[in-house]
Write a protein that binds this ligand. Sequence first.
Ligand code: URA
Length: 425
Amino acid sequence: MDVISVIRTKRDRQRLSDDQIDWVIDAYTRGAVADEQMSALAMAILLNGMDRAEIARWTAAMINSGERMDFSSLTRPTADKHSTGGVGDKITLPLAPLVAACGAAVPQLSGRGLGHTGGTLDKLESIPGWRASISNEEMLAVLDDVGAVICAAGDGLAPADKKLYALRDVTGTVEAIPLIASSIMSKKIAEGTGSLVLDVKVGSGAFMKSLEDARELASTMVGLGTDHGVRTVALLTDMSVPLGLTAGNALEVRESVEVLAGGGPSDVVELTLALAREMLAAAGLPDADPAKALADGSAMDVWRRMIRAQGGDPSAPLPVARETHVIPAPASGVLTALDAYAVGVAAWRLGAGRARKEDSVQAGAGIELHATPGDSVVAGQPLLTLHTDTPEKFPYAEEVLAGSFSVAPEGVSFSPRPIILDRIV
Ligand code: URA
């Protein structure tokens, strides 16, 4: 087998054989296929696609590149959730302890932010003392004791994906449905969860800009999960507007804690409860009541134990950025648009995200929204507050936000997009 013939096959719009797929994934993981060769193959896949059988084999090869975890010693059923990434998407933070409070075990292997979407681990690291990296044994112990764990995937899990994802990120090949589906599902299947709920984001702030592409991605992932014995369901959810009223690490932790305390923005609460119900049903606990677990404080109790189990202090004050800058509403009326992508890029420019994997993030940086589409605003009132430790970044954030929102005269008809757009099983 040689890599050039594998690249030529896909370049010439042919199917890759099972042997070609197994070989190229293994050789790339071992370092026998170079990054520039894998980049060419990834671009050929982005341009020419793969059929379902090729995607299934590619996913299996990525799973086989590393270890598989085993949660069979747990007494509770396992349920996991994965979001394809969005702006202000802090849902994992309240969701994992909430589902654990309802009786499932939630092994939540999460990632860091890259580009305009935030990462769950970066958010949690704004809590003083909290550690993302724990051993597989510690993970199992926290799951057994607390019921929920959010941590970084160990190096042994789908190492082919670790290399390939980093490569795709710098070669313009992230947005290929076969590569996204196999990347996400190889990690989730290797992790060993019994059930999985996918939150596939659609809109300007998501990888998938159209409902049609999001449906294709969701049904590919549901098929992969089901074929590997993981009960898998996908919700397609709106990402044209940021979720909640914050985008940025510590700001999003604060908002998540508000949700766990029974408050928080209505869209975050709605999506958290919808995903919790799906996870509990998939885990065989359809009668559990997540709304009650939010209201009676049991989800908050699990959150505090979960943070403490990884060295964090759930009572410590969260970091705050050194400088803030307010963008006022330009006119009185109804806010009719607030573009998720622009808010994500602005938060990133303020220091909430990283440009390269090795960059660090500012815990306090980000954006607070004082209104969301459908709200009335008065000219001059604060619309957005920008937070950063590096105030020289304010003009770059303002530049991307210019034109990202619109205010129409009061009385104009406005129909908000529902949060949950479709469900794929
Ligand atoms: N998240 C992943 O884990 N992989 C992708 O390819 C895209 C989002």
